[in-house]
Design a protein. Structure first.
Ligand code: ADP
Ligand code: MG
Length: 131
């Protein structure tokens, strides 16, 4: 996902360019908005974390771009491309170093495993929206 603040700031084109320029193939892509309930479901794994309420409110605060991306070693390589959760810790040349505002408003979401990537992809896209 390209998160609400990055989408609102008009960074989606540059972020997508970094993604495709680093060898990821776009399988599916859409501009959409999560309700608070949907954001809560999407981030249910973080339910017990102190920032969960803030995270859900933020992710439902405006439209986002959702994508399914394909590449060998995609999860690990995408996390390398986006950089650390906290942009202050993110390496030079990463998406979060360039576009994140803060640890909470950190521009992009990346799946943390192949299993979760499949669940998260199916959350946003039907089979006929994936190519
Ligand atoms: P990542 O997105 O790098 O996988 P996490 O899965 O740990 O990071 O957290 C999910 C999201 O929750 C982060 O991308 C960020 O938007 C938010 N978040 C994480 N830690 C904090 C925190 N300490 N305070 C506020 N928001 C946070
Ligand atoms: Mg995560």
């Amino acid at each position: 996902m390209i998160k609400p603040e990055a989408a609102a700031a008009g960074h989606a084109g540059k972020i997508l360019d970094m993604i495709t320029g680093n060898g990821f193939r776009v399988v599916a892509f859409k501009y959409t908005r999560l309700s608070a309930e949907e954001a809560g479901t999407f981030y249910a794994v973080h339910k017990e974390r102190p920032f969960y309420g803030e995270l859900v409110e933020y992710m439902a605060s405006g439209p986002i771009f959702a994508a399914i991306l394909e590449k060998a070693n995609a999860v690990e390589d995408f996390r390398k491309l986006i950089g650390a959760t906290d942009p202050a810790q993110a390496a030079e040349g990463t998406i979060r170093k360039r576009f994140a505002e803060s640890k909470a408003k950190n521009a992009v979401h990346g799946s943390d495993s192949d299993e979760n990537a499949a669940i998260e992809g199916a959350f946003f896209f039907t089979g006929r929206e994936q190519y």
